[in-house]
Ligand binder design. Structure first.
Ligand code: IPE
Ligand code: IPE
Ligand code: MG
Length: 247
């Protein structure tokens, strides 16, 4: 806590990003650097997530989206996928009640219903239990790929047109958004990617059209509260124009 005490005062509470999104990357390399198996990096990353969620609620961020597992991550060796899924189950079992106690709302973006039954059950329990809370929305982005999401939205929308429930002329950006997993959530204001990679990796492509991007070379398991503060401070210095001109 000590290291954050001084810089936290520099945050302008009136200019807080409402929605912060994080691509939690670099777990494997963090582990490799220490001569540990990759899964040790994922466990260390989960511990960091726990603290960043707590801190995000404290500083009154409204929505925290975290990329936990992509549709493309199924390409990894079976052992790694399996251990990530086990970790996910452990995390949910351990954290759901705690998140609820902290007034946090659990939201999932992605095809979570297609995950193994015990994980899907735990997710369902978490969503149900926390749906009437009023604090931070923890949006766990899971079994998610942005292109898949957009194609699914198109398909669902086409079905509505086919069934006569929607007119083609009615389709605009705000209607289209209703068909995305993130319906109801504001777009991210700030996207953070640790691990030194300067790419988006199929994360919320539609939603980040005007999001401010922030990168760090640190691996996710090394990410600290002060890194989040620094990202927010940087964000607060930027001028968002959305295609318009300086005010
Ligand atoms: C991110 O860390 C976690 C997941 C993708 C599940 P990585 O596992 O991608 O770690 P690196 O990028 O190989 O270091
Ligand atoms: C993005 O990281 C996915 C998650 C952090 C869950 P990846 O490690 O999968 O991305 P690439 O393969 O480096 O682009
Ligand atoms: Mg990676």
């Amino acid at each position: 806590m000590k290291d954050t005490e001084n810089i936290i005062d520099n945050i302008d509470k009136s200019k807080m990003p409402k929605h912060v999104a994080i691509i939690m990357d670099g777990n494997g390399r963090w582990a490799k650097k220490r001569g540990l198996p990759r899964i040790a990096g994922h466990w260390a990353g989960a511990k960091v997530l726990r603290d960043i969620v707590k801190f995000s609620a404290e500083i009154e961020i409204k929505v925290l989206s975290v990329f936990a597992f992509s549709s493309e991550n199924w390409k990894r060796p079976y052992e790694e996928v399996n251990s990530i899924l086990n970790l996910l189950l452990y995390y949910l079992k351990k954290e759901v009640n705690n998140l609820h106690k902290n007034n946090i709302i659990i939201n999932i973006t992605g095809e979570w219903q297609k995950l193994p039954g015990n994980i899907a059950d735990e997710i369902k329990r978490g969503i149900e239990l926390t749906k009437n809370n009023t604090g931070l929305v923890l949006n766990i982005v899971l079994n998610y790929g942005s292109r898949k999401e957009i194609v699914k939205a198109c398909r669902d929308l086409c079905n509505e047109v086919k069934n006569g429930r929607i007119n083609i002329d009615e389709i605009d950006e705000s209607l289209f958004e209703q068909f995305l997993f993130t319906r109801g959530l504001p777009d991210p204001d700030l996207l953070i990617r640790p691990s030194g990679e300067l790419r988006i990796s199929n994360f919320l492509l539609w939603q980040i059209a005007y999001t401010e991007l922030w990168f760090t070379d640190k691996y996710w398991p090394d990410f600290k509260r002060e890194d989040l503060i620094n990202a927010i401070l940087d964000y607060q210095k930027r001028e968002r124009r959305f295609g318009g001109l300086k005010k």
